[in-house]
Design a protein around this ligand. Structure first.
Ligand code: TRP
Length: 340
């Protein structure tokens, strides 16, 4: 089989991430660090979704900076452009074009039921814009415009992916087979990482307490200091158990970063104190993230290199998705255009 055929045999993965600033350890363990290992088994298309980011108010200069920083962080986390595409969503107009068509296969009622829309409209009552409402349709377009087979997502995105599947099926039954109905891809270790200060809450970069959040670009001292201050419980046993949210979270992080099972970790720290354990978790996390931090430092100021990367990948993504968009336009009955 020729190399190209082999390529085509591989399933296609699409995933996107919002340029929300420096990624947290939660983003990293739950999503980003799973992206690189997928590159050998699948054809991977990854995108920094800046169009999704403007559904909430963001300063233009901040968005521009965060988009480039997100791009550099993803490269630093091991996205390899010999194998995968990594581009900026707004560079590839087919996503927004398809989302218009898909809007007409999405129901008002369905979009109204999205929990993320309900949460965000509660949080941003002064700006419940149509883009916020329509967010899941653009996400469906991101995926369907490549006919992606698999979509790695965090648990909070399963409702959106389910809607993308509904839209794909509805379009297919109305216009004939067009879209692949994508499957969710739940990574083997898709651990949900909690706040270090309130381990009943998800680790979130919008947390007011900086000690609650590990950022992937934090230096070693900062990481260790934050882990030393992590909230635990009044007990002394390092075991994964109901009610021990802080220790459970630290064990989860330790296991995710070292690849050891929770049981192995429990054994390793049997008889040790919380202080030693926190320090050990801080050390492994800092050592694990050190290469990411170094790679990022090398990349982020090389604007010319970044530009070359996102331009080449964006152009290829556009070429690929244009074929699928053309087919969609034909199916819905748009007159063929010769405008180039
Ligand atoms: N909504 C996703 C999130 O916030 C990001 C996203 C946009 C995405 N488009 C996507 C994820 C397509 C997977 C596939 O996490």
């Amino acid at each position: 089989m020729s190399e190209q055929n082999q390529q085509q045999e591989k399933k296609l993965i699409f995933s996107g991430i919002q340029p929300t600033g420096t990624f947290t350890l939660g983003n990293y363990i739950g999503a980003i660090r799973n992206w690189a290992p997928l590159q050998d088994e699948y054809r991977c298309i990854y995108s920094v979704v800046d169009e999704h980011a403007i559904t909430v108010r963001i300063e233009p200069a901040v968005l521009r900076r965060k988009t480039l920083e997100a791009y550099a962080q993803l490269l630093a986390c091991g996205i390899d452009l010999e194998k995968s595409l990594l581009f900026i969503q707004s560079h590839v107009p087919t996503h927004a074009q398809l989302s218009w068509v898909l809007n007409c296969s999405a129901q008002f009622g369905e979009l109204s039921r999205m929990t993320q829309f309900k949460d965000k409209s509660r949080k941003h009552q002064d700006d419940i814009n149509a883009g916020l409402f329509d967010y899941p349709v653009l996400m469906a377009a991101d995926i369907l415009v490549y006919n992606a087979d698999l979509v790695p997502i965090g648990a909070d995105q399963t409702q959106h992916l389910e809607l993308a599947r509904v839209i794909a099926r509805r379009f297919n039954s109305r216009y004939g087979d067009t879209f692949t109905v994508p499957e969710g891809y739940v990574p083997p270790v898709g651990a949900r990482i909690m706040s270090l200060q309130d381990p009943t809450k998800k680790m979130s970069k919008s947390d007011e307490n900086p000690n609650a959040v590990i950022l992937i670009l934090d230096d070693k001292d900062t990481i260790i200091r934050k882990f030393k201050r992590a909230v635990t419980d009044s007990g002394s046993e390092i075991v994964f158990r109901e009610g021990k949210d802080g220790i459970n979270n630290l064990l989860t992080i330790y296991s995710a970063v070292t690849g050891k099972s929770i049981e192995e970790a429990e054994k390793e720290f049997d008889g040790k104190g919380y202080g030693d354990f926190k320090l050990a978790v801080g050390e492994v996390v800092a050592d694990h993230l050190a290469p990411v931090r170094d790679a990022y430092a090398r990349l982020v100021d090389d604007k010319a290199y970044l530009k070359e990367c996102y331009t080449r990948c964006g152009a290829e993504a556009l070429r690929y998705s244009q074929r699928i968009l053309n087919k969609v336009y034909r199916k819905v009955g748009f007159v063929a255009s010769e405008i180039r």
